[in-house]
Design a protein around this ligand. Structure first.
Ligand code: ARG
Length: 565
């Protein structure tokens, strides 16, 4: 935020060049308690340079700054080893509200990315398997990261690297030929394919030869066998239809659906390159790239029967993406259980001398647990995402029927709230944490939930409708203490966006909108916004700014904000 910069300038002017502006800016923090002011400069680093106690430096520096504290700062004060400043509330409020009124949803935009392309590998579910909770996380986190990067000036390209190739298709074809029928699959493709997949694994435990039959069918598929290809294509189409419903419910679109199969004709080039660079070695009949210096296990490129692997397709995909997009970064939003795979991928690309390999970033995340345990597809312990989304939407609808039965677009609103609840529940947690799945918790209108933030925004919107606010703020007038925390939060939005983009961490935005919603609800409880007096215009401007920022914060997470709830 610009006040940090201004404060840093003031500090530097009192320091006789002992630290640079950038150094000071980085040191400035928020005081621990609100009565200690708005910004704090810690003097501990200076203590080393100046060989003086931090509290002594803080006192002397505050003395020197008494004269300089211009109109933006009300007061400069030493406290322990810190120099604290109190911002001039009226001018800061005027400033930030004017900015928001003027920039609207562009408040918090940056051009840091300079239109550089960022490829984002996200969602990437496996065909003929249900859309798992892990894929939900990848979808929701990846989508939010794309929106946040876009807000900071990058051009995201959202790529759905569908798991539409690999041994599991051999297994599925085997299962279908043994136990499936066209009729049942056509009737209920998704459930039936899942049932076949599960049956395969159950049967294979007593009859291990099935695994070999599965591998053989996959080999035939890779070799272009007509029967295999036809079945594969059919399964793929049916699954995609099902996935599209989920994406549609969540309002998520992709720029590319180039999945693993897309790289079939692009892997030879990679294998040849590896051969030419003498990187391929034989190990137990398979072709591998050794990664000894990197202290990683060998990366498997080709199996002994010549079949390619997940890693081979990822190598081809990485190169294709660079050739196609000339990305400045290539992100992979994939669960942390694949960390090793992405380390190997980067290491092999580096060995192939692709200097862009260090622009690859794996963005890992934790698991969604049910009663403390991982959900597994193979054992049939799955929660079907489409059902979860629909259940959530139904619950939201029920809430509306109870609380606001005369609401106009009920269904539409329930959809925004129901899907928003699930997305927010995921995004508010730092992505590396495992999260427990609980539909009930997600939908609460109190506490740290999506509906709570949406509801707060709807409340702000309803005030604005009632007041028929002009949309102008001539002169800001302070009402009292209650609005200051709201102003400070508004001020911090651009910094939150910036940090979230830097760290690929949407939870910072989720936490930010929760803070703002809480501060606003407290304000709403303490102040009579619609009271007719000289400060009314300022209060309405604040309500308006809060709504703009809540909506834009939610939008950056991929969540819609109904105007009425
Ligand atoms: N389909 C894979 C899985 O479900 C995830 C793919 C991630 N993206 C990639 N380029 N490897 O495990």
């Amino acid at each position: 935020m610009m006040y940090i910069k201004k404060y840093a300038e003031v500090i530097v002017s009192g320091l006789d060049d002992k630290l640079t502006i950038q150094e000071v800016e980085r040191l400035i923090e928020k005081p621990r308690f609100i009565n200690q002011g708005d910004l704090a400069f810690p003097c501990f680093q200076l203590a080393k340079i100046m060989r003086k106690a931090p509290s002594k430096i803080a006192e002397e520096l505050s003395q020197r700054l008494q004269g300089v504290s211009m109109d933006l700062f009300e007061k400069v004060e030493p406290a322990g080893g810190f120099v604290n400043v109190f911002l001039n509330k009226t001018s800061v409020a005027q400033d930030v509200l004017n900015n928001i009124i003027e920039q609207k949803e562009h408040y918090g935009d940056f051009s840091i990315g300079q239109n550089g392309i960022v490829a984002i590998d996200m969602s990437s579910p496996n065909i003929a398997k249900p859309f798992s909770m892990g894929h939900l996380r990848s979808t929701v986190i990846g989508h939010a990261i794309a929106l946040i990067l876009e807000k900071t000036g990058y051009k995201p390209v959202k790529i759905n690297h569908l798991g539409d190739w690999g041994t599991q298709f051999g297994k599925l074809i085997t299962a279908y030929r043994l136990w499936g029928s066209e009729e049942t699959v056509k009737k209920n493709p998704f459930k039936e394919l899942l049932a076949l997949y599960i049956k395969f694994h159950v049967e294979a435990e007593v009859n291990p030869e099935l695994e070999q039959t599965g591998r053989d069918w996959f080999k035939r598929l890779e070799d272009g066998d007509e029967t295999a290809l036809q079945l594969w294509k059919w399964f793929r189409d049916e699954s995609l239809k099902e996935f599209s419903k989920i994406y549609h419910l969540m309002g998520i679109e992709f720029d590319s659906f180039a999945g693993e199969a897309f790289y079939n004709d692009k892997m030879d080039e990679i294998v040849e390159h590896l051969e030419k660079s003498k990187l391929l070695e034989e190990s137990a009949g398979a072709q591998v790239v050794m990664l000894k210096e990197e202290e990683l296990p060998p990366c498997l490129i080709k199996k002994s029967d010549g079949a390619t692997l997940y890693a081979t397709r990822d190598l081809a995909a990485a190169k294709y993406r660079f050739d196609q997009y000339q990305f400045v970064k290539s992100l992979y939003v994939v669960g942390n259980e694949q960390s090793l795979h992405f380390k190997q991928l980067k290491a092999v690309l580096a060995k192939m001398n692709f200097d862009w390999s260090n622009h690859l970033v794996h963005i890992p995340f934790g698991m969604i647990l049910k009663d403390g345990k991982k959900m597994s597809t193979r054992k049939g312990k799955v929660v079907l995402l489409e059902e979860v989304l629909n259940e959530s939407i139904q619950l939201a609808l029920k809430n509306i029927e109870e609380k606001n039965p005369s609401l106009p677009a009920k269904e539409e609103t329930a959809k925004m709230v129901g899907t928003g609840a699930i997305m927010f529940h995921d995004l508010k947690n730092f992505r590396m944490n495992d999260i427990e799945f609980s539909l009930e918790d997600m939908l609460k209108v109190e506490g740290e939930t999506g509906p709570y933030v949406q509801y707060t925004n709807a409340r702000a919107q309803s005030i604005l409708r009632k007041a028929a606010w002009s949309g102008n703020l001539e002169e800001f007038r302070l009402n009292g203490e209650a609005e200051w925390p709201v102003i400070i939060d508004l001020l911090n939005f651009p910094a939150a966006i910036c940090r979230a983009a830097e760290k690929y961490d949407p939870s910072l935005i989720a936490k930010y909108v929760l803070d703002l919603a809480q501060a606003f609800n407290k304000y709403y409880g303490e102040v009579r916004i619609l009271e007719e007096n000289d400060e009314k215009e300022s209060r309405l401007a604040l309500v308006y700014a809060v709504s703009i920022v809540l909506e834009e914060g939610l939008r950056s997470l991929g969540i819609k904000a109904p105007k009425e709830m």
